[in-house]
Each structure stands twice: as C-alpha cells, then as structure tokens.
Design a protein around this ligand. Sequence first.
Ligand code: ADP
Ligand code: MG
Length: 293
Amino acid sequence: ATPTALLVGTGRGAQLGILIKGPEVLESTRKVDTVVLDKTGTVTTGRMTLTDVIAADGIGRAQLLRLGGALEHASEHPIAQAIAKAATQEVGPLPTPEDFANVAGKGVQGMVEGHAGLVGRESLLADWGQHLTPDLAAAKADAEARGRTAVVVGWDGQARGVLVVADTVKPTSVQAVRQLKALGLTPVLLTGDNRAVAEQIAAEVGIDQVIAEVLPQDKVDVITRLQGEGKVVAMVGDGVNDAAALAQADLGLAMGTGTDVAIEAADITLVRGDLRSAADAIRLARKTLGTIR
Ligand code: ADP
Ligand code: MG
C-alpha cells in the first residue's frame, strides 16, 4: 500500500471512531479470520445489578449482604460494585474488611467483623473446603440457566449464600456479530465467567464458539493456541484482564470505554465502545489495502 492510501485509511478510521496506532496495523487487520470477544464490558454493558439474594437456612438476608457487601466494597470488579451498592442501600454503611485480598478471576477474601469471609466463584470457596448446600446449589444453577452470574458467599468455613447479578447484552452486539460473520470471520466468546452464563450470552448475540471459565492469566494462552492452529486472531477487550491477550493477538482492539491498560495494549481503540466498530475496522482495512493489490 502507498503511504498516502494508508494515511487516508487511518484518517477515515478516525472519522468512524476507530483510532489506529500506526499504518502497519491496517495490514494485520486485513488478514484476520477469527475474532475473539471478551464477554463482560465488550459484548455486554458490564453494568451489573444485584437481582437475587439467597441465604442458607438460618442466615439472615441482612447478615449476608453486610458481610458480602463489605468484601465487595473493597473490589473494583463490576460484580463487586453491583453487590456493594445494593448492600449499602439495604443495610447502610459497610464495615471495612481486614486482610483483604483480590483473587484474580475468582473473587475476594478478607476478615469482616471477626469472620473470615469469601465472595466469588464456587471454585474459590471449594479451595477453602466450603461447599454449597443442595438448596444453594439449586438456586445457583437456576440463576445460571437464566443467563445470570451467581457468586457464592461463605464465612467461618461454610458457604452461606448466593448473590445473583445480571449484566445485559449491548443492543449493538447482535448486529456487530452478524456483520463480523458477513465478513467471513469466526467470532469466539472468551470469558472467565461460568459456561452456562457464557453460552446463554453467546446464544443471545449469535456466537457459536464459546471458551468459558478461563482465568485472567490464561486468556493469553487461548490466543496463542488459536494462532498455533493457523488462525489470524483479533481480540476485542476492555479489562485489565484482557491486556496480555490484546498484546498477543495479531490485532488487538480495545473498547474506548475500557481500562487504560487495555487501550495501551491494543493496536486499535474503538472510541465509541460499540462492537460494530470492530467490523467497520476490518472492512476499512480491506478497502484501504484491497484497492492496491
Ligand atoms: P470476565 O472474563 O467475564 O471479564 P473475570 O475474569 O473478571 O470475568 O471474572 C471471572 C469470574 O470470577 C466472575 O464471573 C465471578 O464469578 C468471579 N469473580 C471475579 N471477581 C469477583 C468479585 N470481586 N466478586 C465476586 N466474584 C468475582
Ligand atoms: Mg471484560
């Protein structure tokens, strides 16, 4: 491609809300055949709300919200923010946990008013020998079948409740996936979330391939594996968790609404945080370079 053509291409991108880091980026964009999409914040809005509170026998709803809310108040995860906000509204100011720790891709832990507490995936609680009662397990399965994310709260050695949060698909995501497929690309949904939730969201937007329950540090390996299969991979993400995968991908696209770390790691920023811009970017690259070949 001539420098002028590339310049025109990147300029046209800027008009469309597609910020391209350098002229060479257009070349990788043109060759992409697989588009890996992060779920939370990319395909979905990432703005969660607490929808259900299920306490184990003998546990009060307020008690569950107070301990769970206190731990989540110390975390910046979208799930955590939804839980802390709802808990504050219902039970008032929350205590500050001691020995707080974030367990990436799994949840949070810490001491709240003398109780050793955990909030997160079932596997986080299982790591501490805490298991769901049949009632809690049923409530969790039911929520996940409805496409929701259920996290477990436990303290003093036992799982004591389930908190259900809901995220919503961005209205533009359905159209974006349709456009990506029309360009001959294979969309793949990648998430740390539960398989049932991931499959529900994938079905809602028309994605056939789902890679779920992937720890943040393992997202990059998924990209490497696809590349090993001969795929030319674009990754679209928004989170701190996505940065390494965005850098590893043949083409990294960050949502402009996402974290700075993701934007720095990516080759392209989709200013509007609209997944349809990913299809626009690929169309633009093909057009810019196609005319010259
Ligand atoms: P995603 O890949 O969809 O952006 P994450 O990797 O951030 O998701 O998190 C994966 C899963 O770990 C979440 O779906 C949730 O079950 C659990 N999790 C992570 N952080 C928290 C937290 N602060 N509170 C509760 N659960 C959490
Ligand atoms: Mg995300």
